[in-house]
Design a protein around this ligand. Sequence first.
Ligand SMILES: [Zn+2]
Length: 417
Amino acid sequence: MQFITTAFVAALAIHLLLQVWLARRQISHVLGHRAAVPEGFAGVVPAAEHARAADYEAAGQRLAIVEAIVGTLATLALTLGGGIAGVGRWATEIAGGGLAGGVLHVLGVLACLALLDLPFEVYRTFGLEQRFGFNRTSVSTFVLDRVKAWALGLLLGGAVVAVLLWIMAAAGSSWWLVGWAAWLAISLLATLAWPRLIAPLFNRFTPLADADLRGRIDALLERCGFHARSVFVMDGSRRSSHGNAYFTGLGRGKRIVFFDTLLGTLTHAQIESVLAHELAHFRLRHVPQRLVAGAVLSLAGFAILGWLSSRQWFYAGLGVPEPSDAAALLLFMLAAPAFAWLIGPPLAAWSRRHEYEADAFAARHSDGGQLAEALVRLYRDNATTLTPDRLYTAFHDSHPDPVSRISRLRAIGTTAG
Ligand SMILES: [Zn+2]
């Protein structure tokens, strides 16, 4: 067996075992703390809701274990099992060996993965979320969402794949540098176009009408030296009762979006503090730092792919006897995650540090006590577990665990008087 085959299978197995081990740790930790609401949350989060959050987390983790196992088997079937090679022969038969055949090859394999994911999406929406009372998606909305997402994937994904394959064929041995530049340009365009062109296909966005809240938000933006942008309310309640708030777009097209579900549950002072936290990610340069990190990581990815795509053993060792640019893209997409998970924990730790910094910023420019109350309310309404496993959090979570986060916010609140 070739070295790459052994390394790939070993990396997949290690990653799967680690995921299952962490998920099982999370399940047993959460269920072990099911009966007692942590100190600092007693009185705010009722015991029954705390227990429900534990059951919700455990059910989600069990589903994640099944998904990880199925995903690993699918990766093996598509690579060493000959799936990519088979779809490649089919694509060549239909569209020939040129660019069209390459695009069909990549899209064909991605379609297989999307189909495999479909039962999980159905179960998550109408099984898990339904059982815990979060689902508000009707069957027709669900079907329409999938059709729209697939059509978009076919159109935009097809265009991106066509551009990359064309560059691979035309730009010679340093194609990966040109490919990376194109990738950056496409990502930038997508970020700019998302709020105006794509998000409205799925949700309705209406300008925030509440004058009192709008006044508070404008005052906060002013205080933080932020150039006021449009504030929108999104009809998130059409699909789920989970609440959220986010920033979208870039530069002058930046928008603040609140889920209608969030506006329904938080007070104006709490909403202001949540927004102050989001603003902090821009003011403290977290957003540009993440963009640069993403660009550097994708450059590394393209450089590695550029090197691998010219080695015969890369294809043969991963189950594709006939090298092609489309196969290189597909093999990289499927094999990279088996190794790339190693950078997950440092990125998660970095993100958790940003969250603490954004909380401290919100406490300075708005109200730390209100933010703590808002977060507790969101934890409660979203059935977020208050008692995650320490290792699970260290490995996966982009946000600090609720107990540490809230106690730190309350401590800031008291020192600030
Ligand atoms: Zn944040």
